[in-house]
Design a protein. Structure first.
Length: 218
């Protein structure tokens, strides 16, 4: 089976089972960007609490985050964990957004994907997964996001055997049409599968992909 056909078979089975994931849940693109930074090394429930705090004190804008004392930002985002490091990351990103694009989403979206990705990766605390999440979910760029679930599921299904982030990203982007909605939904469905079935100790018996190739339970 060709790789594209296999990937679409996986996608359709997951979509039939889980349904549309409506990801990323947020009220604005900037909230998505903040969430992409806060979700590092924590679960989404903790991120929601931190974002609720930022909304409560009305500082969920790049200007307000830059104007606020770092200690205050730390206190507001404490539920997300690693709050001191993340406060510095948030402020660094907000300063970058204001300096490079005047805090304007349209100006940011006008930047080419590769140029923008390189700029994001140069910002303190922005790694490949965070940069790609911002590009895909906040800026609607056809940019596949890779995370631990993607790596684990892909290896277990025998789609690839490499660990490198960019190799996995290229595998999906080279074998799927470059469509924002497809990349968005595909990544979200892989997360749903990883959380519910393809865990470190997998629950294979009821997995929606059970029988699709030989799963390697690494």
């Amino acid at each position: 089976m060709k790789q594209e056909a296999k990937l679409f078979k996986i996608y359709n089975k997951l979509l039939d089972y889980f349904g549309p994931q409506h990801w990323w849940p947020a009220d604005s693109p900037f909230e998505v960007m903040v969430g992409a930074i806060l979700t590092q090394s924590t679960n989404w429930g903790n991120v929601e609490k931190a974002i609720a705090n930022l909304k409560r004190v009305k500082v969920l804008t790049p200007e307000k985050i830059v104007e606020s004392r770092e200690q205050s930002v730390e206190r507001w985002i404490k539920p997300s964990g690693y709050f001191r490091q993340k406060a510095r990351k948030l402020r660094a990103f907000a300063k970058f957004f204001l300096r490079e694009y005047g805090g304007r989403l349209r100006a940011m979206r006008c930047e080419g994907v590769q140029t923008l990705r390189e700029k994001l990766l140069a910002v303190h605390g922005i790694g490949p997964e965070t940069a790609d999440s911002i590009l895909l979910y906040a800026l609607n760029k056809p940019n596949f996001v890779v995370d631990a679930y993607t790596r684990r599921i892909g290896q277990r299904l025998g789609l690839f055997d490499f660990e490198d982030y960019h190799q996995i990203k290229e595998y999906f982007e080279n074998n799927l049409p470059k469509r924002v909605r497809l990349y968005n939904e595909y990544h979200a469905l892989l997360v749903a599968l990883g959380k519910n079935f393809c865990r470190p100790r997998p629950l294979c018996q009821n997995c929606p992909l059970n029988g699709l190739g030989r799963c390697k339970k690494n």
